[in-house]
Design a protein around this ligand. Structure first.
Ligand code: PEP
Length: 235
């Protein structure tokens, strides 16, 4: 399906991978890419590893010349200072272009509320990092200064039960009409190389956010390949 705007693929590694297995993933991806490079024009690929791995992986991506950008999985609501364990926007700014904010796992396990999430969005803006704001339904509050939103129904995350592309497209339509400032709506929840084409074929969706399917380099490569083919397929 021909698109006039880029299609996003945002891989979320969550709390997975040691330094060694993260480097191995890059070596595997490099091998796959050299064997069969993909035409990724019209596709933006962003990987969100643990913050721990960002320094190593940003160097590797340059060394291997892979077409990947980086995102953080979270950002501190504070600029800097006595906030033990937090990673701030100014610390992330040289390493990432994007950050997830408000992922349902952070809302659930870290009791993140809307006022804290607004502070995180503000810190991202100060640091020049683009927030990918995660919501679990069309009714949720979205800060004014967000342009990219990921619709991720909780029941679909990590369950293997993906939302249909038709339903996800309907929610994307509702989000766009409620929040005209949004430029990009992506869907996340059990996206794999086997179902990703249905989301590419849904005009209201501008991308996907695979978690589990980004952990294996071969499966992630295959997912990217499916997207590159589908965005060029005649409608
Ligand atoms: C996610 O990481 O937000 C996610 C949607 O995970 P999964 O693809 O594994 O459901």
């Amino acid at each position: 399906m021909a698109r006039t705007t880029p299609f996003y693929i945002i891989g979320n590694w969550k709390s997975n991978k040691t330094v060694e297995s993260a480097v191995q993933w890059f070596q595997d991806m490099q091998t796959l890419w050299r064997k069969e490079p993909l035409d990724v024009s019209g596709v933006i690929i962003i990987l969100c590893p643990s913050t721990l791995h960002l320094t190593t992986l940003t160097s590797l991506v340059k060394l291997f010349t892979l077409p990947l950008q980086f995102g953080a999985q979270d950002i501190s609501p504070n600029l800097s200072g006595a906030f033990t364990g937090d990673v701030s926007g100014e610390m992330l700014a040289s390493l990432v272009d994007y950050t997830l904010i408000g992922h349902s796992e952070r809302r659930k396990y870290h009791a993140e509320n809307e006022s804290e999430l607004q502070k995180k969005v503000d810190q991202a803006a100060k640091a020049g990092i683009e927030p990918v704001y995660c919501v679990q339904s069309a009714e949720m509050t979205i800060p004014q200064n967000c342009k990219i939103v990921a619709y991720e129904p909780v029941w679909a995350i990590g369950t293997g039960k993906a939302e249909t592309a038709e339903n996800a497209g309907q929610v994307a339509g509702q989000l766009k009409s409620r929040h005209p400032q949004l430029s990009t709506i992506i869907y996340g929840g059990s996206v794999t190389h086997e179902n990703v084409v249905s989301y590419v074929q849904t005009a209201a969706l501008d991308g996907v956010l695979p978690g589990g399917a980004s952990l294996d380099a071969q499966k992630f490569y295959e997912l990217i390949r499916q997207v590159t083919q589908a965005i060029r397929a005649p409608t």
